[in-house]
Design a binder for this molecule. Structure first.
Ligand SMILES: *Cc1c(COP(=O)(O)O)cnc(C)c1O
Length: 277
């Protein structure tokens, strides 16, 4: 939007919540410049299909890897699967700084230079502005924190996967509860562990009453946000995304969470669905 482009929203795969390649292809017009697949929840999008379609139409592929640091798609890390990728180092992310931070990665030196200009007020050298840019510099304190934490990322992600597996095992027979689906070619980073149920709001309230906090990622689809009301999207235009918004619930997951804590969440969810041992 800030680049002057008009976003066009395409629906997601109903199981993973990542961009549906067929919906993406159907949305392409002669005006289309690129595609921004989101590796939602830490699950890499279906990149082989997406990149293939993009190449056929000469479109840029920009990965939103903000939730998927370290995740792999067919053995390859996210961030290197398209033309460029954006990472967020907001403190809650798998790799988080001590405040706001982020990075763009690309193999294209021309694009890299342009991003360097844009992050620094469009300046190539002090006081000479080549482009209208912004202030998006990563300050040294954040860089120092990230430099230390980076070495722990793979271990933390491994721990997230182990906790996800524990949730899977504990909740697999809860009728009315759908567990996250991990495609075979993917190594998930589990930024969040998201279950789905039509009893979402009741379950969330029940868990809150027992001291178990949960999250909703996300309650309102982008195409239905007030910020994009002028684009005229209506309810029903991305039905899979809308169904997800109405049913998703995130259970606690972070590397320091203990197995006992996972078991307690599992116990409470099972009591809610009245699945007795
Ligand atoms: C966090 C996040 C962003 C935004 O990152 P900021 O660092 O807040 O700009 C973008 N996309 C996704 C998928 C995110 O999770």
């Amino acid at each position: 939007s800030m680049a002057g482009a008009t976003p066009v929203f395409a629906d997601v795969d109903p199981e993973t919540g990542t961009l549906d390649p067929a919906a993406f292809e159907a949305a392409i017009t002669p005006q289309t410049a690129g595609v921004i697949p989101v590796h939602l929840y830490g699950c890499p999008a279906n990149m082989d299909a997406i990149v293939k379609i993009a190449r056929r139409h000469s479109l840029l592929v920009l990965e939103d890897a903000a939730q998927a640091h370290g995740a792999r798609y067919k053995e390859r890390r996210v961030g290197g699967l398209g033309d460029a990728a954006a990472f967020s180092f907001y403190p809650s992310k798998n790799l988080g700084a001590y405040g706001d931070a982020g990075a763009v990665v690309t193999r294209d030196p021309v694009l890299a230079n342009k991003v360097r200009l844009l992050r620094h007020g469009g300046q190539r050298q002090a006081s000479y502005h080549e482009l209208p840019g912004t202030n998006s510099r990563l300050d040294e304190i954040q860089a120092a924190v990230l430099r230390v934490k980076q070495a722990y990322l793979d271990g933390w992600n491994e721990r997230r996967r182990a906790l996800a597996k524990r949730y899977d095992a504990g909740l697999q027979d809860c009728e009315g509860l759908a567990l996250p689906v991990t495609p075979e070619e993917v190594e998930h980073a589990f930024y969040v562990y998201v279950v789905r149920t039509h009893l979402r709001d009741g379950l969330r309230d029940y868990l809150a009453g027992t001291g178990v906090s949960t999250g909703i990622h996300y309650p309102v689809c982008v195409h239905l946000q007030a910020a994009y009301a002028h684009l005229g999207y209506e309810v029903g235009s991305c039905p899979n995304a809308e169904e997800a918004a109405a049913t998703v619930l995130s259970l606690a997951i972070f590397p320091q969470l203990t197995a006992g804590e996972v078991d307690q969440v599992v116990r409470m969810v099972r009591i809610f669905f009245a699945v007795r041992e």
